[in-house]
Write a protein of this length. Structure first.
Length: 132
């Protein structure tokens, strides 16, 4: 498999094994997640400081009321996903849970980027109608 990398400002094509290409894709995905995580801390704190301040506390135990609310919310989400087609559900979960891009989902499903976007937007509209 051939990939393109940037070294000293120049792009170069390099032949690598499938495992290395998969590793690089996973690293790229992790970098995107870290970038989004850092964007959340707009108050200037570092990501590490936030993790220390939140993870350094005692474990949180939800109250029975909170557990019931969480369960009801989960049931509502599953009810909305049940209204969607299998294709829409699959594409939406790949996008929302696994953080794949539209292009990556299109490659996995063997369709166009536009059809992936249409499917995900249809699920979003279903959620919006359900919670109005």
């Amino acid at each position: 498999m051939e990939i393109t990398i940037k070294i000293n400002g120049r792009f170069m094509s390099v032949a690598v094994s499938t495992e290395v290409a998969d590793y690089l894709e996973q690293a790229k995905r992790n970098n995107r997640k870290l970038y989004r995580e850092r964007q959340r801390y707009w108050d200037g704190r570092e990501c590490d400081e936030y993790i220390i301040s939140t993870e350094g506390r005692l474990p949180y135990c939800a109250t029975p009321e909170e557990l019931v609310c969480q369960r009801e919310t989960l049931d509502e989400i599953l009810a909305v996903l049940a209204l969607c087609t299998d294709t829409q559900r699959e594409r939406f979960l790949l996008y929302a849970l696994y953080d794949f891009s539209y292009t990556e989902i299109a490659e996995m499903c063997g369709c166009t980027k536009g059809s992936v976007q249409t499917s995900i937007n249809a699920v979003r509209k279903t959620f919006q109608k359900f919670w109005k």
